[in-house]
Design a protein around this ligand. Structure first.
Ligand SMILES: CC(C)(COP(=O)(O)OP(=O)(O)OC[C@H]1O[C@@H](n2cnc3c(N)ncnc32)[C@H](O)[C@@H]1OP(=O)(O)O)[C@@H](O)C(=O)NCCC(=O)NCCS
Length: 269
């Protein structure tokens, strides 16, 4: 059994992910000179949810609302950014930004550990580590979307090869009963993740959209830097910095419930 995350590890998660986001913002603004600094932080990084300005649990599924404190923080970060663009460097920006961000991160630690222990983020997950949408897709009423979390923390949902198949069987049963749908779909970085792809029938790969490298604020991109133990995935963080490309770009796909059931029965017993 893996150990639960410690306070020191969670602080490392917060500081390392925020550092990565500051690194990313600098280079994203090179690629998108038409965007503002504040717009990049708001729309392309997950900074707000990791600060104490987020009054809710860390993975709460919506980005920040405007507040004077958030505007002040963005202004402070922007002055550091502008100064380093004029006379400085990307790494100086990252270090100076982190120095003013740490006091916004540390107050989260105890609260987050408590939320993680109490599985607060899993309240709306109806099928273990899977959560289905509360209505079928607009314009595609035979299809239901779903989301993924880790209800097995501190273990990985991939440790037991029968775990995800059971979650999917449950999800398909419930969604057929409730919505009479015949297809399931999701858009996630996990659609680039080989361990995940083994769960699906060939049609999932056939229907896959192209990889999306246009990084946005949410877990569809940033969720890959969370390990099964909810620590920061330093391996993937380094890979992102070294290559300048998000390691597992999100892709969307769908398949029929019929093909998914057949595949899971054949491959997961
Ligand atoms: C999905 C999730 C549970 C990943 O599960 P997982 O595959 O079991 O991931 P792990 O944390 O065990 O690690 C994956 C790999 O990174 C490695 N790794 C993990 N932490 C590491 C670290 N700190 N340093 C170096 N390597 C590390 C592991 O050894 C493993 O390597 P391998 O693939 O070579 O075996 C996790 O990413 C998660 O909960 N994410 C948040 C939810 C999410 O993103 N949902 C999708 C939203 S669309």
């Amino acid at each position: 059994m893996s150990d639960e995350i410690s306070a020191a590890e969670h602080l490392d998660y917060l500081t390392s992910s925020v550092r990565l986001m500051m690194w990313f913002a600098w280079y994203s603004l090179d690629e998108h000179p038409e965007e503002t600094f504040a717009g990049t932080i708001r729309n392309r990084t997950d900074l707000w949810r990791r600060t104490f300005l987020n009054p809710d649990y860390i993975d709460v599924p919506h980005p920040g609302v405007d507040s004077p404190e958030w505007a002040d923080l963005l202004n402070s970060l922007e002055s550091i950014y502008v100064r380093n663009r004029e006379k400085g460097s990307a790494s100086a920006f990252e270090n100076e930004a982190l120095a003013i961000l740490v006091p916004y991160l540390t107050p989260r630690v105890e609260r987050d550990l408590n939320d993680i222990r109490n599985k607060v983020d899993l309240v709306h997950y109806q099928c273990g580590s899977l959560r289905y949408a509360l209505e079928p897709e607009l314009g595609c009423r035979q299809r239901i979307g779903f989301h993924i979390a880790n209800a097995c923390y501190p273990a990985s949902p991939f440790d037991d090869p029968l775990y995800f198949p059971h979650c999917f069987m449950d999800l398909m049963d419930q969604c057929e009963d409730k919505f009479q749908v015949t297809e399931i779909s999701t858009e996630t970085w996990m659609n680039s993740y080989p361990r995940w792809l083994k769960l699906f029938p060939p049609e999932w790969l056939e229907h896959m959209s192209p990889p999306n490298y246009d990084v946005q604020w949410h877990y569809g991109f940033w969720g890959q830097f969370v390990t099964a133990r909810r620590t920061f995935n330093h391996k993937l963080g380094c890979q992102f910095r070294d290559t300048g490309r998000i390691p597992f770009p999100p892709r969307s796909s769908w398949c029929t419930i019929k093909a998914m059931r057949k595949h899971l029965r054949a491959h997961a017993g």
